[in-house]
Design a protein around this ligand. Structure first.
Ligand code: FES
Length: 351
């Protein structure tokens, strides 16, 4: 089966707090990777496979800044070079494992698993709301048994909330307005929409502390920032001119072609010092993403059972999702030299 994700892209590998002085093994883009920190705190990422035998370095241990294989004790410097073989005087010339560029910013560690050298030409997407003191944020890491594009498509089409999460919809809104516009660039897709005035849904009232009586305008924006990142912006505007803004960010990192690591971060520009608000939003979003994941895993299994290219019919609400899939397919085609499918298809999300 061919992967439908590009390699020449920065993906989230882990949260900062996950990477420490114990080797962390993680499969990313179907590549086994081991992550750890040097004594100075720098993050190291290398292929999680000893050059001697097929044993994961993540099952070994650290000695200073070196990772030592847990089988026969080969030791590797942070640049991947094998510097010690306990059973002989010198290590074999040229023995080394591949290392990968990493970039740590705020609570996330990004990794480049693509063409060596090309990483320097791009940087991970900016996520200022995760480090700006005017914002509060929290996060969770989840694992979903579905292709990463199914996740992107799901979150680029919010019309599913009426069937899946009706209690979360502001009262009186029974249909989302059509997308105002869908902007497409080389790597990103963005839509925006303005919602009609409505009173607060319970979760909004709880989070913002705003009075429940009045009606409020809302703006919603969804962005496929890259194949690795989706950001949704939800803004509640008050009559007094205040904007209660919330960003939900999903780092989608394919584990395999049919499974995905999800790095959820939620940031807000209001009540930034209130831990209770974070607790409330954490429970709210985890509950929602749990239901989302259950549906997407069913879709993934169904695709696997069908075993032939998809014949899905798209509607107006799919405009952003279809374009995002197209962007990802174009990136894969450019990397692999495979022809770009004539129409976006879910065929390669099958297992
Ligand atoms: S498998 Fe790693 S040292 Fe032998």
């Amino acid at each position: 089966m061919k992967p439908n994700y590009p390699f020449n892209c920065w993906y989230v590998a882990a949260t900062s707090e996950e990477v420490g002085r114990r080797p962390l093994g993680r499969r990313l883009l179907d590549v086994p990777v081991v992550l750890y920190r040097t004594g100075a705190g720098a993050v190291v990422a290398m292929r999680d496979r000893c050059v001697h035998r097929a044993y994961p370095l993540s099952s070994g241990h650290l000695e200073g800044d070196r990772v030592v294989c847990g089988y026969h004790g080969f030791a590797y410097d942070p640049d991947g070079v094998c510097v010690d073989v306990p059973s002989q005087e010198n290590p074999p010339i040229g023995a080394r494992v591949r290392t990968f560029p990493v970039f740590e910013r705020g609570p996330l560690v990004w990794i480049w698993l693509g063409q060596p050298g090309a990483a320097a030409l791009r940087t991970p997407p900016a996520t200022p709301w995760l480090t700006d003191p005017g914002w509060a944020s929290f996060g969770e890491r989840l694992h979903v048994g579905a292709n990463y594009l199914l996740l992107h498509e799901h979150y680029l089409d919010l019309t599913n909330v009426f069937a899946m999460h009706p209690a979360n919809v502001p009262p009186g809104i029974d249909r989302l307005p059509y997308l105002d516009e869908v902007e497409v660039s080389e790597m990103s897709v963005r839509y925006t929409r303005a919602l009609p005035p409505a009173r607060l849904a319970p979760w909004e009232a709880e989070a913002t502390g705003l009075p429940r009586g009045p009606e409020y305008h809302r703006r919603e924006q969804g962005t496929f920032v890259s194949p690795a990142l989706h950001v949704q912006r939800w803004v509640i505007d008050t009559e007094q001119g205040d904007s209660y803004e919330q960003l939900r960010m999903h780092g989608f990192t394919p584990e395999t072609p049919t499974t995905t690591h999800v790095f959820l971060r939620v940031a807000r520009n209001y009540s930034t010092d209130r831990a209770l608000v974070s607790d409330h939003l954490r429970g709210f979003f985890l509950d929602m993403i749990g239901r989302d994941a259950a549906v997407l895993e069913v879709v993934q299994r169904q695709l696997a059972e069908e075993g032939e290219p998809g014949r899905d019919i798209n509607v107006k609400a799919d405009r952003a999702a279809v374009r995002a899939r197209r962007v990802a397919q174009a990136m894969v085609a450019e990397e692999t030299g495979r022809p770009l499918p004539r129409t976006p298809t879910n065929a390669i999300a099958r297992s």
